[in-house]
Design a protein around this ligand. Structure first.
Ligand SMILES: NC(=O)c1ccc[n+]([C@@H]2O[C@H](COP(=O)([O-])OP(=O)(O)OC[C@H]3O[C@@H](n4cnc5c(N)ncnc54)[C@H](O)[C@@H]3O)[C@@H](O)[C@H]2O)c1
Ligand SMILES: O=c1ccn([C@@H]2O[C@H](COP(=O)(O)OP(=O)(O)O[C@H]3O[C@H](CO)[C@@H](O)[C@H](O)[C@H]3O)[C@@H](O)[C@H]2O)c(=O)[nH]1
Length: 480
């Protein structure tokens, strides 16, 4: 029986391996992690991550051909194929701090693989890594091996959180990069045969190592660039009276542009887009391409601008101060259907409002109070490191309360900020919300989920990204 071991039981390692186990009953899959808390979660009824459909997949295979373990070395030693899906956050200190990918976790995994292996292995880069990482990893493996051979492949993951299972079941493509040597080509075929159990052959793209590594960074850069482009348009829509949803629809019908990923928002979040673009920028700079680096940097600048523009709209609309005012924050996750808060725009918006001394009442159906408190206390980039390497939960911030119901959050609030597009926020009884709030009652919709006309009829003053402005907001500066 072929044995797969995946190092890293996170948002990628867990779901990806669960789907491989489901689709390949003849393969034994073990996911290992240094965090016993995470592994215990994967072995319990409360999985450590929330992802629609994941529970069912795990329940079908766990204990049969899918295992979760902290015995990292044992399972790596026994495996034929080792996936490495550890985190690759942005460096927080030293050379390239704030830009380059931190490969500490990757390097220690590679050294351990070399150290414990007694049989030949295919080592698969699943994490998103800088171009040429495979070469560095190959060096570590070959210089530290004990008579065994390693063949390295790049197999970047394209799943999006919230739709991970659907994306894994039916991917747009699977990308496998390898060396153009007989050993490299043989390894590509072995991994292709795994995916071929459920992915049509024409969707499995095989390339050289460097193309696969760069394609992952390029895909995320292109996706994020689309969001910054539509967000830049949203500012112009507000200034001119155009409606960004109408503009998105109009341009999206051009088959060369396409309709997806054109929703204006308070900004993109998530663990990948910013990190991977910063990494791309760093690689461009290191390769003497400052113009290319500056081009991609702009995508992040517009994203930061969108978040600060939103905070300024809130403060300037509410008589230029939110000091001591209660603001309800609906949604904290970086998108719906996940409890993940890494780089969520809600953090920057909350910090901006706290800076103006607002009192915040936060509700998200999937994010815990502990996580929110940590996120609001931590420095940028620190939160991308694994939980067990983060400082213990700080004492809660006095101006923040976390509640477990949207109506509780909005009670007596002066304003409501919608930060995540959870379906339940579309279905709230906004008359009830209005009745329980201070007047004038403001709604700032960072995700374009509410029906602006209906809310204005109820009596709310409404700001919705990229939509024609409420008469109240017309002469107020977008950026204070
Ligand atoms: N989250 C996503 O949606 C997504 C999608 C595609 C690609 N990626 C990429 O995949 C990689 C993993 O992302 P993630 O979101 O799953 O991260 P994550 O933080 O959820 O999981 C990584 C896990 O690796 C473990 N780990 C770190 N070093 C280890 C070691 N030496 N031995 C054993 N375990 C170790 C950590 O404890 C952690 O549980 C990143 O490179 C990311 O950019 C993420
Ligand atoms: O039209 C849109 C689409 C998305 N977003 C925001 O963009 C962020 C990222 O969303 P999404 O891409 O759906 O989620 P991720 O899980 O971050 O997935 C991205 O990052 C992963 C990690 O690399 C890749 O594997 C995926 O292909 C890529 O979509 C979120 O804050 C969304 O709210 C918008 O504001 N407008």
């Amino acid at each position: 029986m072929v044995k797969i071991c995946c190092i890293g039981a996170g948002y990628v390692g867990g779901p990806t391996m669960a789907v491989i186990a489901l689709k390949c009953p003849d393969i034994q899959v073990t996911v290992v992690d240094i965090s016993s808390q995470r592994i215990n979660g994967w072995n319990s009824d409360h999985l450590p991550i929330y992802e629609p459909g994941l529970d069912e997949v795990v329940k079908k295979c766990r204990g049969k051909n899918l295992f979760f373990s902290v015995e990292v070395e044992k399972h790596v030693a026994e495996a034929d194929i080792v996936f490495v899906s550890v985190n690759t956050p942005t460096k927080t200190h030293g050379l390239g701090a704030g830009k380059a990918a931190d490969l500490t976790y990757w390097e220690s995994a590679a050294r351990m693989i070399a150290d414990v292996s007694k049989s030949d292995k295919i080592v698969v880069e699943k994490s998103t890594v800088p171009v040429k990482t495979a070469e560095a990893i190959e060096r570590i493996l070959t210089h530290n091996r004990k008579g065994t051979n390693f063949t390295i492949l790049s197999n970047p993951e394209f799943l999006a959180e919230g739709t991970a299972i659907q994306d894994l079941f039916n991917p747009d493509r699977v990308l496998i990069g390898g060396r153009e040597t007989p050993a490299g080509q043989k390894a590509i075929k072995t991994l292709r045969d795994v995916y071929a159990n459920w992915v049509p052959m024409e969707k499995i793209i095989c390339t050289n190592l460097w193309s696969a590594e760069l394609s992952k960074l390029a895909a995320n850069a292109f996706l994020a660039q689309r969001i910054s482009s539509v967000n830049a348009m949203s500012a112009l829509c507000e200034a001119t009276g155009a409606d960004v949803s109408e503009v998105s629809h109009s341009i999206g019908t051009d088959s060369r542009i396409g309709p997806k990923f054109l929703n204006a928002s308070v900004g993109f979040g998530g663990s990948c887009f910013q990190k991977d673009i910063l990494n791309l920028v760093y690689i461009c700079e290191c390769n003497g391409l400052p113009e290319v680096a500056n081009y991609w940097k702009q995508v992040i600048k517009v994203n930061d601008y969108q978040k600060s523009r939103f905070v300024n709209r809130v403060v300037s609309s509410m008589f230029n101060t939110v000091s001591t005012k209660k603001i309800a924050i609906l949604g904290f996750a970086f998108k719906k259907d996940t409890g993940d808060t890494r780089e969520t725009p809600a953090i920057d918006v909350c910090k901006g409002l706290l800076g103006d001394k607002a009192r915040l009442s936060i509700y998200d159906p999937q994010v815990t109070e502990d996580q929110i408190t940590k996120d609001l206390s931590m420095r940028k980039f620190d939160k991308d490191h694994p939980a067990h390497l983060q400082p213990p939960s700080p004492t809660s911030i006095k101006q923040v309360s976390v509640v477990w119901d949207a109506y509780e959050a909005v009670k007596d609030a002066h304003g409501v900020c919608i930060m995540t597009e959870w379906d339940e926020f579309k279905k709230l009884d906004y008359q009830k919300v209005y009745d329980s709030m201070q007047k004038p009652a403001f709604v700032f919709d960072g995700r374009n989920v509410v029906d602006v006309g209906v809310l204005r009829k109820i009596g709310f003053i409404v700001y919705s990204i990229g939509k024609p402005l409420d008469p109240w907001l017309k002469d107020m500066p977008a950026v204070a």
